[in-house]
Design a protein around this ligand. Structure first.
Ligand code: ADP
Ligand code: MG
Length: 257
């Protein structure tokens, strides 16, 4: 499916690592994502998820094929140009949060705006806004080690959002979290998507993927499924179910999400 309105349009993208014993990580991927979509990219270990994510996130280039990001061909850009595109258009969320440990939540969230040369007062205002949006307005002066894993991931999501990217690229965003904290992140993702943020979520977890409105499955570097999810799991409903399961087992969350 190719459309002029696509935000992301990938055509016949391949990625081969090495030359002596080449590994064909992606064997010809076609993918088109429109603004506002909520897509899960699934597949077993080794199927090419990280490779595809690196290409979608402009961290790496395809071996062959074309990548149009907002109608701009980014498949042949230099490293510097790719860095510029990343900074301008893409918000990353990683399994391990990747926050700066000595910096407060506010400083971590402001970082992308420093790279963009935005003035301090404006940076601070925008960072505080987005921290409020992820429910952390009371935590702006805390450092990562003073926060729960779920809160740290919210800071990372705020950092990803602060520069108003075209889309969020999240790689196993709940992979390092307990069930309630992870579900808190999924509630936030759902809320952000309802506000119009485009989300691409890489996961091997079927329950996490069930929240997305479209599911893409990779196998051996090929797309073997690409379907709308007619009945996405409501993150809020799933949160209530989890809370009940834990309460019935007399397990209390150690810290609020
Ligand atoms: P996934 O994220 O789904 O586990 P990857 O994209 O990491 O899959 O890997 C796809 C294939 O490419 C695997 O066979 C993996 O071993 C190989 N691969 C990934 N990165 C590299 C690399 N930098 N060099 C060589 N082979 C790689
Ligand atoms: Mg991977």
């Amino acid at each position: 499916m190719t459309s002029a309105a696509a935000m992301i349009d990938i055509q016949n993208v391949t990625k081969t690592y090495g030359t002596l014993r080449p590994v064909h990580a992606l064997r010809g991927i076609d993918l088109s994502v429109a603004a506002g979509e909520y897509v899960a990219i699934m597949g077993p270990s080794g199927s090419g998820k990280s490779t595809l994510m690196n290409i979608l996130g402009c961290l790496d280039r395809p071996t062959a094929g074309r990548y149009l990001l907002q109608d701009r061909d980014v498949s042949t850009l230099s490293d510097d140009q790719l860095a510029e595109v990343r900074n301008q258009l893409i918000g990353f969320v990683f399994q391990t949060f990747n926050l700066l440990p000595r910096q407060t939540a506010l400083d971590n969230v402001q970082l992308p705006l420093i790279y963009r040369g935005i003035a301090p007062a404006e940076r601070r205002r925008r960072a505080l806004d987005v921290l409020a949006r992820v429910g952390l307005d009371q935590w702006s002066h805390h450092r990562p080690n003073q926060m729960s894993g779920g809160q740290q991931q919210r800071v990372a999501i705020a950092r990803a959002l602060v520069a108003e990217p075209s889309f969020l690229l999240a790689d196993e965003p709940t992979g390092n979290l307990d069930s309630i904290s992870g579900q808190g992140v999924m509630v936030l993702m759902e809320q952000l998507n309802n506000e119009g943020i485009t989300i691409l979520l890489v996961t091997h977890d079927e329950r996490i993927a069930a929240h997305a409105r479209r599911q893409i499955r990779l196998l051996d570097g090929l797309v073997v499924k690409d379907e709308p999810n007619a009945n996405p799991l409501s993150a809020a409903t799933e949160m209530q179910r989890l809370q009940k399961v834990l309460a019935d087992a007399n397990i209390l969350p150690e810290v609020p999400q």
